[in-house]
Design a protein around this ligand. Structure first.
Ligand SMILES: C[S@@+](CC[C@H](N)C(=O)[O-])C[C@H]1O[C@@H](n2cnc3c(N)ncnc32)[C@H](O)[C@@H]1O
Length: 363
């Protein structure tokens, strides 16, 4: 066991070495620090108060501990923490003590995540949650149905997915089976993968008239991270469905577009996928302003810029240079063609201009 400090919080945990599924070890992944930083910042940047939080796959419990330490006053009504590992309750209690945290808002569980979500009752009624954080190893699929079921109106459903290869064209059959869509392997694959995953989560909600609207969705390091606002209503669901389309890409001309159809000569396709917004502009603006984590500032600022041109697909400087046989500078491109950077790639940029217009301006 190591004593680890992450921002405000200390924990006793084992750093990942070998098999993270090993029974007795509490799992702490330092690479996910940024993921956790952004989650506390997001909750501190929305208006919701007196929230009922649940961490069904809490691991070391570091995220829950950080929420207890870092969230503004009045945000937390209750926090449920759960992990299937046998020693989880003991170590979590120790970690609460280590951080001098009061336990009266915390409920500690040690059972299967789905069972936990579905079987919480209070006063004879099922408990619904204002915030559910799914942080599984790999795909969130096994937990989606229960999480979508148990998220409250105006609640936030947060999901991490680390099975990026299954969504970005490395295993096309897996994408079909697990995510009911066709993936594409090219420089836009992280965006199409993220959008395929968003649609899959939304379909789970739509069948119960729950509209899950992305307020922040991004790709970073080796994972996807998604935050949905849960709203109720058939019409809202119909609106979401209209934004499930195909992404068409012509590798020769670099032209791309979204469409209800996937068969057009010269075009490859990915999807169906979510073609709506990935980033809520007022939210990211607030997050950039309130951010207490210097190490996240650049990434958040890129997301803020990107939220101004939040369309499906982007161009890549290297790919474009090859085509144009010239070497345009990114700064010049952003200025000349009114483009925004994209977090999906350091050499990528988003613009509503077509490839023909871009070439004309650059030549
Ligand atoms: C990626 S880790 C969670 C990391 C953690 N959220 C953090 O920030 O450190 C996934 C956790 O899910 C737990 N787990 C896997 N399947 C589970 C299930 N069916 N029910 C409850 N916990 C489960 C594992 O024991 C593991 O601790």
């Amino acid at each position: 066991m190591n004593l680890i400090t992450e921002q405000t919080t200390k924990i006793k945990a084992t750093l990942p070495k070998g098999d993270p599924n090993k029974k007795q070890e509490v799992f702490y992944n330092p690479l996910m620090k940024s993921n956790r930083n952004i989650s506390t910042l997001l909750i501190n940047s929305i208006k919701n108060k007196k929230m009922n939080f649940v961490f069904p796959l809490a691991g070391s419990g570091i995220r829950a501990l950080r929420f207890l330490k870092e969230l503004k006053r009045g945000k937390i009504s209750t926090i449920h923490v759960n992990d299937l590992k046998e020693n989880f309750p003991t170590t979590f209690k120790e970690n609460l003590k280590l951080n001098n945290l009061n336990t009266n808002k915390v409920l500690i569980h040690n059972q299967d995540a789905e069972l936990l979500l579905l079987t919480q009752h209070q006063g004879g009624f099922g408990v619904y949650f204002d915030y559910i954080d799914l942080d599984p190893f790999g795909t969130p699929n096994p937990f989606l149905a229960s999480a979508v079921n148990k998220i409250k109106r105006n609640g936030i459903l947060a999901i991490t997915a680390t099975d990026t290869a299954a969504l970005t064209g490395t295993y096309p059959k897996v994408t079909k089976r697990k995510y009911w869509a066709t993936s594409l392997k090219n420089y836009i694959m992280h965006e199409t993968g993220l959008r395929i995953l968003i649609r899959k989560v939304q379909l789970q909600g739509i069948q119960f008239d729950k509209a899950l609207i992305p307020i922040l969705a991004y790709h970073k390091d080796h994972y996807f991270r998604l935050y949905f606002l849960s709203e109720k209503g058939k019409e809202k669901c119909d609106q979401l469905l209209k934004q499930h389309q195909y992404f068409l890409f012509n590798p020769k001309t670099l032209e791309f577009k979204t469409s209800n159809y996937n068969q057009e000569s010269e075009f490859q396709f990915a999807g169906p996928l979510w073609t709506g917004k990935l980033i809520n502009k007022p939210l990211i603006t607030k997050m950039v302003k309130n951010n207490p984590f210097p190490e996240e500032q650049k990434f958040l600022e890129t997301l803020k810029e990107e939220s101004k041109i939040d369309i499906t697909g982007f161009y890549d400087l290297h790919v474009l240079s090859k085509k144009l046989k010239q070497d345009p500078k990114k700064r010049d491109i952003l200025k000349k063609i009114k483009a925004s950077p994209t977090h999906f790639s350091p050499t990528g940029f988003k613009t509503k201009k077509s490839i023909k217009e871009i070439i004309k301006i650059l030549k």
